[in-house]
Design a protein around this ligand. Structure first.
Ligand code: ADP
Ligand code: MG
Length: 158
């Protein structure tokens, strides 16, 4: 396993919450994998160990159902790669967007480093395989228990 994964696992599981903001309009939704963005302050509070790769975990919107998710953490070209980005794809078909609603998540495990894809098809098949890997990892008892963590229970923020 890569050293990125070894480093990340030192701070996992990691919990985060914040309002969903608009992203960069890079067409994630057109690819069939919309990715919800957190505001800068949430990203700035991520431990340094959590960088550059694809992760899996669980997420909820406005304290609703807890779903599996895949998350990518990378460098933000808009800030000259000095700030990170954190984009969450919840593995569920929502009938509507949920901008400005509260996204809560727990990052459970590291899946892979960021890769440079030479074609859209390559990117799409990597995402499909990330989703399969996420389901496998999250089915593990210890991982699944995190979806029931008290963090996901109602709180005062919504
Ligand atoms: P943006 O550039 O604003 O991030 P995207 O094309 O990546 O646009 O779409 C992300 C938005 O899609 C999220 O902010 C959310 O409101 C909505 N959305 C709908 N379904 C999902 C999902 N399953 N996972 C993540 N976001 C979703
Ligand atoms: Mg997005």
């Amino acid at each position: 396993m890569s050293s990125l994964g070894t480093m990340a696992r030192k701070v996992l599981p990691f919990f985060a919450k914040g309002r969903v903001v608009r992203g960069f309009g890079r067409g994630s939704k057109e690819l069939g994998v919309p990715t919800a963005n957190f505001p800068d302050d949430v990203v700035e509070n991520l431990p340094e160990e959590l960088c550059c790769g694809v992760y899996c975990g669980f997420a909820s919107i406005d304290n609703g159902t807890v779903y599996p998710m895949c998350l990518s953490i990378g460098w933000n070209p808009y800030y000259k790669n000095e700030k990170r980005t954190m984009e969450t794809h919840i593995i569920h078909n929502f009938s509507e967007d949920f901008y400005d609603q509260q996204l809560k998540l727990v990052i459970v495990d590291f899946i892979r480093p960021m890769l440079d894809f030479t074609s859209l098809d390559e990117l799409k098949s990597a995402i499909a395989s990330d989703i399969v890997t996420s389901h496998k990892i999250l089915a593990n008892d210890a991982a699944a228990a995190l979806s029931k963590h008290e963090f996901f229970l109602l709180d005062e923020d919504v």
